[in-house]
Design a protein around this ligand. Structure first.
Ligand code: GLU
Length: 443
């Protein structure tokens, strides 16, 4: 059974770019009958905030991405300490004392000499006396993992075979000066101990993978399979993270975007398959295919998301709409049928109910025409044929046509320039209200 995880750092709001990992992992787990874990990567101390964690939980629930298991890295420090002991025991962790500035200077010199800026392992060569002297200066060590300088190979689920020469990498820092474990360690310990079988994440992490594979092996865990998908870019090809502020899950929710539209889009962006709307996350999971993802950048277009979202709304059956609104009156079902095809978001529905049932201030651009029109409304109860009958008469009587014929009526009857088909709205508004609105009364 596959076990996957989404591991956000609670340092900001979730946005489209970083929920792609959540969506893909959730779909993968559900498709294969696997297990989806939510892991909060909050070892960063200062930067991580509990408020952001709450936002993450809220956003994932809103997206309908329920997790089967939950962990918080800040509660697992003794596991990381045990791993540190194990790595030290195998001689794979060594103390280093350089400051950031010193490291920067070393890299500058290496670059100037045309060499890659790989850490020179100076820490490994320190004698006990040198270490003692550095500590006496008040320096605290950070700890690096000693990479085995060999080729690391994995079959990436998205990128295909990957080969990295570990000699081209700096030994990664696993423990900071203040003793806190860094992501490379804590993530590997957790993935190993929680039995994660597939690490599926953005390609910004591909550079961590070779070192993590060696750490898994050193800690006695079988390395999981890895898949690194392409990051989202906007329609100009710029990284989406630049626009993260306007594309937070919270902002999309506020804008009335349907969660299943987001899941549908992210299930297909960057794949060889066309984007299509799934009417439930379950349906998206059933059709999900990780192997369809490729290396080409995944272009996000807000208009495409809005279109999917509107398509979902248009397809809601009257009883679903009524349930969602918590209002089951027959009038609500009828109004839904009249307006649904015209809504950009479900939130607009209530506005149309109010426009039909509550008093509005009509917009009267041509009072004489509207007053005449009121007198020419068909006799009897209005139905879906009334609008045509009525406007045919008005056309014959006034010689008006097109916009001049229809728009003043729509404005008077709805107060809006655009909206659902008038033939459906007119009978819902009803004769009395229609006549009063056409006469310019608030009704
Ligand atoms: N906390 C890491 C991040 O948000 C997790 C990366 C990973 O999936 O390994 O980037």
């Amino acid at each position: 059974m596959p076990r996957v995880r989404f591991a956000p750092s609670p340092t900001g709001q979730l946005h489209l770019g970083n929920i792609k990992a959540a969506v893909i992992n959730w779909l993968f787990a559900r498709h294969h009958g696997g297990d989806f874990m939510l892991r909060i990567d909050d070892t960063d101390g200062g930067r991580s905030e509990t408020a952001y964690e709450e936002d993450i939980l809220r956003d994932l629930k809103w997206l309908g991405l329920r997790w089967d298991r939950f962990a918080r890295q800040s509660e697992r420090t003794e596991r990381y300490a045990a791993a540190v002991e194990a790595l030290k025991g195998q001689g794979r962790l060594y103390a280093c004392y350089e400051t950031q500035e010193e490291l920067e200077r070393k890299r500058g010199l290496q670059r100037a000499a045309g060499r890659p800026p790989v850490y020179d392992r100076a820490g490994l060569r320190l004698t006990d006396e040198q270490r003692a002297a550095l500590e006496a200066e008040g320096r605290r060590p950070h700890w690096r993992f000693l990479l085995t300088q060999e080729r690391v190979v994995w079959d990436d689920l998205v990128r295909g075979r990957q080969e990295v020469d570990a000699a081209s990498l700096s030994d990664p820092v696993l423990i900071r000066e203040d003793g806190r474990p860094l992501y490379t360690l804590s993530s590997t310990v957790d993935d190993g101990e929680f039995g994660i079988t597939h690490v599926i994440r953005g390609e910004d992490h591909v550079a961590n993978t070779a070192a993590q594979i060696q750490i898994f092996e050193t800690l006695g865990h079988e390395a999981p399979a890895f898949g690194h998908f392409a990051l989202l870019v906007d329609t100009d090809g710029a990284p989406l993270s630049k626009r993260a502020g306007s594309l937070t899950v919270a902002a999309l929710r506020e804008a009335g975007i349907e969660p299943v539209a987001i899941v549908s889009l992210l299930a297909r962006l960057g794949t060889s398959k066309p984007v299509e709307l799934f009417r439930s996350n379950g349906a998206a999971a059933e059709a999900f295919d990780l192997s369809a993802f490729g290396r080409a950048a995944a272009r996000f277009d807000m208009a495409e998301l809005q279109r999917l979202s509107a398509q979902f709304v248009h397809g809601l059956e009257p009883d679903e709409a009524a349930r969602r609104l918590g209002d089951h009156r027959p009038a609500v079902l009828a109004i839904w049928e009249a307006v649904r095809g015209n809504l950009n978001s479900f939130d607009d529905f209530q506005g149309w109910i109010d426009r039909v049932e509550e008093a509005i201030v009509p917009t009267i651009e041509e009072p004489d025409y509207c007053a005449d029109a009121a007198g020419l409304l068909p006799e009897g109860e209005l139905d879906e044929t009334s609008w045509k009958t009525w406007t045919d008469v008005l056309k014959a009587e006034t010689g008006r046509e097109g916009k001049a014929l229809f728009l003043p009526l729509r404005l008077a009857l709805t107060g809006r320039e655009h909206g659902p088909e008038m033939q459906k709205l007119l009978p819902l508004i009803g004769r009395d209200r229609a006549v009063r609105r056409l006469r310019g009364e608030t009704a």
